[in-house]
Design a protein around this ligand. Structure first.
Ligand code: ATP
Length: 387
């Protein structure tokens, strides 16, 4: 969808901002460009919508060499979100969002109706916020309007330059999660600039880690964290990359243990093979759990499992990141968590224990590993943290 071929940018004062860059972003892919200040991320991005012209090389959008496309036409295909959102202060939120379609000739009423839908999509109630002016919004709300505005002309490509950089970490995480959800439905091709490796890892299908004017590694978050291509990348992603890897490694069905299971209408068992059992309903969906000790002491004749089942607090859907599993274990002081299949009404799949979590991390590291020794050092850090 976007292809860079040997692209360089040298400014008039001799600064080489980007040096012989070649990479490709697939349709529907979210690629994060991450690196320290001044390494050429913004220059890379601005060359895509021709706010900056390269001094060498070619950039293709959907097969078209963009140097031959009229910049105004080009920018209609590309939404652009920047850190200082640049909303028009004298226009309402609704009119700000409707600006581009209106400029493209869509009638004002229709453009505003579409803008209201988009505000809804980015989590702003148009009835509440539509008639406000930008100064009457929080930083996070302004960023959402920025995203809604960029989406207004329904461009296939989005360029986002540190869009969540100016908000506090809690709001940023919230905006990131919302954006990920949005992206799941919209499937835009996104280039996202950030200097924050956590953000790059959380959002990117792939990450381009920049050194000075060059990409040092272009790969999935899991591979960048698991097997940094160079010492520079290893330094940049940080010594705690083993922990960061928890955020990008999903729970898989094969990681799970199969504990004893009882059904709601079974007679209460006097003896269990373990200290607890998982309780399922007649469709094998997760209902709760019972402790063997409780079943032994409290049971009256004729009791069923239903009379003594406790609510399951610690559970997650399969595919959730290991970090969330780890956090859930700590939050509930639980030695294991139940894992379900959300797509089939909560069918119980098994349990994840700390030992299995560790194995899952090891499995994913090994899958990428070119440098297993280094990866294992980080696994030790994780081992120390497990209950
Ligand atoms: N108009 C310009 N003239 C000369 N040098 C420039 C110009 N614009 C950018 N540069 C230089 O090009 C290099 C790359 O800048 P760029 O803005 O692309 O970096 P960046 O990675 O986006 O940085 P940041 O994270 O700080 O925004 C820097 O050394 C910068 O000083």
């Amino acid at each position: 969808m976007i292809r860079f071929e040997h692209v360089s940018k040298r400014y008039a004062d001799g600064t080489t901002a980007v040096d012989d860059l070649s990479f490709e972003v697939n349709e529907g892919e979210l690629v994060t460009l991450v690196g320290p200040s001044g390494c050429g991320k913004t220059t890379t991005m601005k060359m895509v919508n021709r706010l900056i012209e390269p001094t060498a090389g070619r950039i293709f959008l959907d097969g078209d060499d963009i140097s031959g496309v009229d910049p105004v036409q080009l920018r209609r295909r590309i939404g652009y979100v920047i850190q200082q959102v640049g909303l028009f202060p004298h226009k309402s939120v609704l009119d700000n969002t409707a600006t581009v379609p209106h400029l493209l000739g869509v009638k004002r009423a229709k453009a505003r109706a579409r803008a209201a839908e988009l505000l809804d999509l980015v989590g702003l109630d148009p009835k509440l916020f539509g008639e406000r002016y930008p100064e009457q919004l929080s930083g996070g709300q302004r960023q959402r309007v920025g995203v809604a505005r960029a989406l207004a002309a329904d461009p296939p490509v989005l360029l986002m330059d540190e869009p969540f950089g100016a908000v506090d970490p809690v709001v940023r995480e919230h905006l990131q999660n919302e954006f990920l959800r949005l992206q799941q439905t919209l499937g835009k091709t996104v280039l996202f600039v950030t200097h924050d490796i956590e953000e790059a890892v959380r959002l990117g299908d792939r990450i381009a880690v920049y050194g000075e004017g060059r990409i040092e590694q272009y790969d999935t978050p899991s591979a960048v964290l698991g097997t940094p291509a160079t010492d520079y990348v290893a330094d940049f992603v940080g010594a705690d990359r083993g922990l960061k890897r928890l955020s990008v490694t999903p729970i898989e069905e094969g990681d799970l243990e199969q504990p004893p299971v009882v059904h709601l209408d079974d007679p209460l068992p006097r003896e269990l093979d373990a200290r607890w059992a998982v309780v399922l309903d007649h469709d094998n969906n997760l209902h709760g759990w019972i402790s063997a000790e409780h079943a032994r002491v409290a049971a009256n004749k004729g009791d069923t499992v239903r009379d003594h089942a406790r609510r399951m607090e610690a559970w997650l859907p399969v595919g959730a990141p290991l970090k969330q599993a780890f956090a859930t274990m700590l939050q509930h002081d639980a030695g294991w968590i139940a894992v379900i299949d959300e797509h089939s009404a909560g069918r119980f799949l098994g349990v994840l224990t700390p030992a299995r979590l560790h194995e899952a991390l090891r499995r994913s590291t090994a899958a990428d590993a070119r440098d297993i020794t280094r990866a294992e050092v980080d696994l030790e850090t994780v081992e120390q943290l497990l209950p």
